[in-house]
Design a protein around this ligand. Structure first.
Ligand code: ZN
Length: 296
């Protein structure tokens, strides 16, 4: 390979590497979107409406949702104890009731369908809030029992989707971090992600009126930007994270990441760098290798 060609490949690789390191640097700034509307009370009554008469129904659908709600309640308590400035979040509580029919007077209604592919093939959870004058009046969550191929969702996927949709019911929008439960798509992964301090902080910001008074008043709901970062001095971390060995955590994180558009682009770029590097090394080797003396 000609020296000019080698130099070109080196420059191309250095440019790729610079782009990647720049993007990784920018990525460390995690943020989460929050709703303009808030709830005007801090104990939310959630009604489960099971579909026991349906052939696809199974009680695991309720169990995974209950586990997700318990995780949220635990996260409020842990976040409040770790960060005294937001201790008021410990007053937030999600209470659940079960009924075969939709009864009036609840805040959040959770129901299930066999599939939710009307909007898009990937949809497995939906949340529809109803707001009035900046206050969330009620919210409907619909969860799928099966994916677009008609395969029952694994318990871990159901739990992750329930965590995400309850996050929306609490007033959260999406996070830019692929390892956060509020990332805008669920990846096909076997582990349930814990709730992060960014998620809990987002909820604290939605309920910021609670830092002034136990009674809601519009004047206590100070204006806020639509997306928030953790306050300076607080690093992103999971709340109540179960023990997991570092290798499987890294593999899960990597699998989730390469299912995102930018993760896929970065993986392809990395592969191009590797191929380029191998080409450079082999070109240099070919250029400088001792030549066999030609027979005269
Ligand atoms: Zn979402």
């Amino acid at each position: 390979m000609a020296p000019k060609k080698v130099a070109f490949i080196i420059i191309l690789n250095l440019a790729f590497a610079a782009c990647l390191s720049g993007e990784i640097e920018a990525q460390t700034q995690y943020y989460i979107g929050i709703s303009e509307a808030t709830w005007d009370h801090s104990t939310l009554r959630i009604l489960f409406i099971p579909k026991e008469e349906e052939s696809w129904w199974n009680s695991g659908l309720i169990d995974s949702t209950v586990q997700a709600i318990n995780m949220w309640n635990d996260a409020f308590a842990t976040f409040a104890s770790l960060y005294p400035d937001f201790a008021y979040i410990s007053n937030l509580r999600l209470n659940t009731t079960e009924s075969a029919v939709a009864t009036q007077g609840f805040d959040v209604y959770v129901s299930w369908k066999e599939q939710l592919t009307d909007n898009s093939p990937e949809t497995i959870g939906l949340t529809q809030p109803y707001t009035l004058s900046g206050v969330i009046e009620s919210c409907n969550i619909t969860l799928a029992a099966k994916d677009a191929l008609g395969i029952s969702l694994a318990d871990s996927v159901r739990q992750v989707v329930a965590l995400h949709e309850i996050g929306h019911a609490l007033g959260l929008l999406h996070s830019n971090y692929s390892d956060d439960i509020m990332f805008n798509r669920t990846s096909f992964d076997i582990s349930v992600l814990p709730i992060s301090n960014l998620d809990a902080y987002g909820v604290a910001r939605v309920f910021r009126w609670r830092s002034f008074s136990s009674q809601f008043s519009p004047s206590n709901q100070k204006p806020s930007s639509s997306s928030v970062n953790l306050p300076s001095g607080i690093e992103y971390e999971y709340l109540n994270a179960p023990q997991q060995d570092p290798l499987s955590r890294t593999i899960s994180s990597f699998l989730r990441y390469i299912q995102t558009p930018e993760g896929l682009v970065r993986l392809l770029s990395f592969m191009i760098i590797i191929v380029g590097f191998v080409s450079i090394v082999s070109a240099i080797y070919r250029y400088y290798r001792p030549r066999k003396p030609r027979a005269e």
